[in-house]
Design a protein around this ligand. Structure first.
Ligand code: SF4
Length: 80
């Protein structure tokens, strides 16, 4: 199941829970807001297609849990 994930940075509280769940996909930048990444490539273009990252195989559950726990309710998971 190939999932993609993005964050609505306007709603992010910067608490970092998503990073705790899955640092392979989520990271906090210097602005104190969370972003997604594809490996070493940070998707830091909010609201654009470039803001979408692929969820690595085996990390789907962690990303779903991050979305469930996200206090900003701003992690969005999409499946084809
Ligand atoms: S869990 Fe949600 S609100 Fe918290 S840092 Fe991650 S995206 Fe932002």
């Amino acid at each position: 199941m190939a999932l993609t994930v993005w964050i609505d940075q306007d709603l992010c509280t910067g608490d970092g829970l998503c990073v705790d769940h899955c640092p392979e996909v989520f990271l906090l930048l210097e602005d104190g807001i969370a972003y997604v990444r594809d490996g070493d490539v940070v998707r830091n273009d909010p609201g654009m297609s470039d803001g979408l990252a692929s969820v690595p195989d085996g990390r789907e559950r962690d990303v779903v849990h991050a979305a469930e726990d996200c206090p900003g309710e701003c992690i969005f998971i999409e499946s084809p």
